[in-house]
Design a protein around this ligand. Structure first.
Ligand code: AHR
Length: 334
């Protein structure tokens, strides 16, 4: 539990002596740091983690990675599932501050609106690590580091692949886009990166773009609307595999062949997505790795020890074509 970084060695020695002499009397009154605040310096790190939810295969793999890595690193993990709600994340973070955890980590459901609670954590001297998604706070001192993917790059890679595929297209190529939840960093950034890349070919046009909330159900429902409203859809860009998988059902139900009548590009490369790619139903995936747990625990140990860490740590990722998915699938971990 909590280690007070402001205590000097003589102060600690005096505190130890006092507690020995008083045979627990002071602690019983609850006015020492170890007794009253519920925190004790037993050398064990406690991390409070607020997860976005369980909206996708990616998220499930991410949660498993964090829980497994905490257990392997000997870090006590307090875990909260915010069920896609920012107010739940803020509540969880405030609880962690009250409990005086050593480190707070979280994956923000949306980018904006975190300054107040981050300031509360800073005032309580609890370091915060952003993982997977970042925040748009101007004050970078409110968190120690951001560990996660470059979402703009993922969108750009998806767009660049499409530009290459359609370089000989003589007429308009109609694209529909399934965005992640409104205000989320991966939704904003993937949209941006994709738009930047396809601007290279004026034939490539996004004719409809709606949030599908990163879920299969959302992807299916919004794709149904797209298909009803647009007689000619050539390409689907889904901001994650799950929405792409949901859209497959809508496309098949509309009598079209996914991967052939409609080119499908997604992001993540979780097993189900990779299977759809290997089966020829998807055409291209930009990878987003959910295996952030081990790096997160290393960072927690470092910030707890007062070490400097890089303000931005980017996840290593690749892309997959159908042939590459077939090759990679047998060894895919998630
Ligand atoms: O923040 C990462 C994104 O969130 C993943 O691409 C998506 O599947 C998840 O829900």
């Amino acid at each position: 539990m909590r280690k007070m970084r402001t205590q000097s060695a003589p102060w600690r020695a005096a505190a130890v002596l006092a507690s020995v002499l008083l045979v627990g009397g002071v602690a019983a009154c609850g006015n020492s740091d170890t007794g009253g605040g519920g925190s004790k310096d037993d050398g064990k790190i406690t991390m409070g983690f607020s997860q976005v939810g369980a909206e996708s295969g990616w998220r499930t793999a991410n949660t498993t990675s964090i829980k497994d890595a905490a257990a392997a690193a000997g870090i006590e993990l307090k875990f909260d599932d915010a069920q896609q709600k920012q107010e739940n994340q803020i509540k969880a973070i405030r609880n962690y501050i009250q409990q005086k955890v050593d480190v707070i980590a979280f994956s923000p459901v949306v980018e904006s609106g975190w300054d107040t609670v981050l300031k509360e954590a800073k005032d309580a001297d609890i370091p915060v690590i952003l993982t997977d998604r970042s925040v748009d706070s101007a004050d970078k001192s409110l968190y120690k580091t951001f560990l996660g993917s470059d979402f703009v790059k993922e969108g750009r890679l998806a767009g660049e692949w499409l530009v290459e595929q359609k370089k000989t297209a003589s007429g308009p190529v109609n694209i529909v886009e399934l965005q992640g939840n409104t205000g989320a960093a991966p939704a904003n950034d993937r949209k941006k990166g994709f738009a930047e890349a396809i601007a290279a070919n004026p034939n490539l046009k996004v004719i409809a773009s709606q949030p599908g909330d990163f879920t299969r159900a959302g992807g299916k429902q919004v794709m149904e609307q797209f298909l009803k409203a647009n007689p000619k859809i050539d390409v689907l860009f889904a901001h994650n595999d799950d929405m792409g998988l949901g859209a497959l059902e809508a496309i098949t139900a509309a009598g079209k062949v996914p991967g052939k009548d409609i080119t499908i590009i997604t992001v993540d490369a979780v097993k189900d997505g990779m299977q759809a790619l290997a089966d020829g139903k998807f055409n291209f995936i930009a990878e987003c790795s959910p295996l952030l747990g081990p790096q997160l625990m290393d960072l927690a140990k470092k910030v707890h020890a007062g070490e400097q860490v890089a303000p931005r740590i980017e996840t290593e990722e690749t892309t997959f074509t159908q042939a590459q998915a077939k090759e990679a699938l047998p060894n895919r971990k998630y």
